[in-house]
Design a protein around this ligand. Structure first.
Ligand code: PHE
Length: 342
């Protein structure tokens, strides 16, 4: 009896000693297992109760329960204390200094070429055009031959071409998309095809080996030069304002007949001649024409039944005019001081 009682008192004292040094939840848990667990110190002592007399048992039982309760209470108290400390530390760590200056988020914006392309696309889709695409690495056949420019045709020389091999090149114009669309799709056709084109030009204020065009193609029964003029006049007015005057000037392209270039009256001088229009009074906007019957035929479209018109717009030129940019190189240098202005 004395022995068990002493053991219990020792356990209580030991528990108290250890408890004072506990600083973490893990320590507390090992402590709990060590003293109260199934194989814990207290349980082991209680197992020895069998050897006690019936009179001793309730006394020792009571003492053991008191000690268990004492230890359990201590564990709970320390557990809440540790939890409170942890929360406190967490709060300190996450403290926000609301007086600190914020970090500025820099917002990007569209490249001026993208802005103007979006605008042109909106104008044409508003007129019922859909968007087509073609490859930038193109076959000679689509870029030249199917467009009435057979090998050796002098007009090939005007488009300084990057050849990859004899049959493959970087497209010099978006016109090959006309052929690809007509091969796949039967009339009515009404598409625009914006994209990059390449010519082996030395870089200067008005030339770049990479630039952008927007091709247009309409093919259906009964399409005439009147449709071409009406469509392109509306386009110019939507882009440059309702008072814009247009001029359709005869020109030559091998894949259209007849062909023309479209000018607008110089908005800076109203035709008198100035720096903006290089004293011409007019500013060239695009090339266009009625799709050549042989081009239609090659794509399996009967030129006796169908006719069409096509046009090609230079995106850089239109964008330069729109914002008064005088050097093409600025588009491709990615200088933020330039790009931020639009
Ligand atoms: N592809 C021609 C060029 O690059 C432009 C054009 C397109 C002309 C369609 C007529 C019809 O100069």
């Amino acid at each position: 009896m004395f022995n068990v009682k002493q053991q219990l008192t020792e356990i209580k004292n030991a528990a108290q000693n250890v408890l004072n040094d506990i600083t973490s939840k893990q320590q507390l848990e090992s402590f709990r297992i060590e003293f109260l667990g199934k194989k814990g110190k207290l349980t082991q002592v209680l197992r020895g109760m069998g050897s006690l007399t019936p009179e001793q048992r309730p006394v020792i039982g009571q003492l053991a329960n008191d000690i268990r309760e004492f230890i359990e209470t201590q564990v709970n108290v320390i557990s809440s204390k540790l939890e409170a400390e942890q929360t406190q530390q967490q709060m300190l760590k996450e403290k926000i200094d609301i007086t600190m200056p914020g970090k500025k988020q820099r917002l990007g914006k569209k490249h001026p070429l993208t802005t103007v392309l979006d605008e042109l696309t909106a104008i044409f889709t508003g007129m019922g055009f859909t968007i087509a695409e073609g490859p930038e690495v193109e076959l000679d056949y689509y870029n030249f031959e199917a467009l009435n420019l057979p090998p050796g045709h002098p007009a090939r020389d005007t488009q300084d071409t990057f050849y990859i091999d004899e049959k493959v090149l970087l497209r010099t114009q978006t016109s090959p998309v006309q052929i690809r669309v007509m091969e796949k799709q039967k009339p009515p056709i009404k598409i625009i095809a914006p994209g990059r084109v390449y010519r082996s030009d030395a870089v200067d204020a008005t030339h770049s080996p990479l630039f952008h065009q927007i091709e247009g193609l309409v093919v259906d029964k009964g399409i005439t030069m009147g449709n071409l003029k009406g469509t392109l006049e509306i386009f110019c007015k939507k882009l440059y304002g309702d008072n814009t005057q247009t001029r359709f000037r005869p020109h030559h392209f091998p894949f259209t007949e007849p062909s023309c270039e479209v000018d607008i009256l110089c908005p800076s001088c109203n035709g008198k001649g100035c720096r903006v229009c290089k004293n011409e009074g007019w500013i060239e906007i695009l090339g266009a024409g009625m799709v050549h019957p042989r081009v239609l035929q090659r794509c399996g479209i009967d030129p006796e039944v169908y006719s069409g018109f096509a046009f090609g717009i230079g995106l850089e030129r239109i964008t330069m005019r729109r914002y008064g940019i005088d050097d093409l190189r600025l588009f491709f240098e990615n200088d933020l001081r330039f790009l931020k202005q639009f």
